[in-house]
Design a protein around this ligand. Sequence first.
Ligand SMILES: [Zn+2]
Length: 496
Amino acid sequence: MTARSRSLPCASLSGTPPPFPSSRGCPPPLSGHPLSPGTAPGLPEGAAGRLCGRCLLTAPHGGRVPPAPAAPRRLPRSSLPRRRLPARRPPAAQSRGMASQRCFANRFDDYQGAAAAGPDAEAAVPLVTATIERILRELPPLGSCQGGLYGGVAGVAYMLYHVAQCPLFAPSRDAYLRAARRVVDACLRHQERGGGEADTRAAFLLGGAGVYAVAALVYRALGLPDFARPLGKFRELSEVCAPLSFLECGSDELFVGRAGYLCAALVLKQRLGMEVLTPAQIKSICLAILESGKQYAVKKRKPFPLMYSYYGTEYLGAAHGLSSILQMLLSYYEYLQPADQELVWQSVDFLMDQEQNSNWPPELGETIERENELVHWCHGAPGIAYLFAKAYLVSKKPQYLDTCIRCGELTWQKGLLKKGPGICHGVAGSAYVFLLLYRLTGNSKYIYRAQRFAEFLFTEEFKAGSRALESVYSLYEGFSGTVCFLTDLLQPNQGR
Ligand SMILES: [Zn+2]
């Protein structure tokens, strides 16, 4: 099946998720449990928010550049699979993007070299505030707390926490944090009652680990000593994800697997300023990820050292795929043995070699059909960009930055997505790539581009032509993630 004709899971725990007409390309999170109508990916500010894989992805080391490692060795070229040679140049950088069934035409002039105007906080703050009010109006009753950070109300608590950290919203800080606490307390009660599915206890984006992490952040921001309690619950989950195959569907990816758990620990460390896991716990989880990947690669006779699958599919992108797993291993680089570091670099270079005209197919071995390609955070260049940003920060090798820049060029052309305003497969997820590139390069072009994408979100063309949202409040598919992006755009140098 091609990427065009089938439905690709972003947040699905099930290989056969229930119908979810409003997000055909990316069905709902929990097996048999549609997303609660109402919350957003702000994560990857996350994953696109700061908590979200994205913020993380943006600056997993809190802006500090880790020491450069010894030069990694690459696999001999003869051991890599044959592939079509991609064009290693930005995709027609000066041209404007054409409309397709997946994206609007990008009719904005590209950056002309003048200094980009600073953020217009006077205009943007009321827009963000009004969007938050809309989200809060559309929250479901807090008895239902399924869906985790990705699509559940926990994502709204994260968004409120994220906005409350921004000085521009200081007058609303207390109100937002109190609202976040009400929501996250309900999520905690849901977890304590055993409301979460057993398989998602240690899940970052779809389950318990994400809920405990956000609770710790909100409590700490409110100055409550109680923040140690959810933090303790979070730590206990390291035992849950210790067994090599603790999930039948795949134990290593970002949404429910070990990479997500490590991602949450990284966010907690950055936001709380303290280590949450012991070095022994971190090493143990990294070793499990490595061993799992080695065993799978050997079993499937891959010509590269680390590979994973999720529900039997060998995804490459950020949502369930190789890129976010490798990104997390690079984020804990100092905990890896030199031989394992080398395996990670070989896998990063293998993934770089799978590029097809500045993009990657959702699954290993697929050929991209240009008219229908996925240019999403979940599947494609806008999510994989974060791996190469991290690889560049760790190694300082320019080819990784060049790859990241090509991802940004494609996103400028094809990132005005019709699937909504969100992070997972929407306009905010695209625009976060520009914030990432701005933080990497300091080039004002990227702020300009992020501002244009933000502007597009409020046009009649977008409102009339984008798909109706199933969940307005979702952190990854709805407006909570958009709010995180708009907040970060107001303080582009604050990204951590
Ligand atoms: Zn998606």
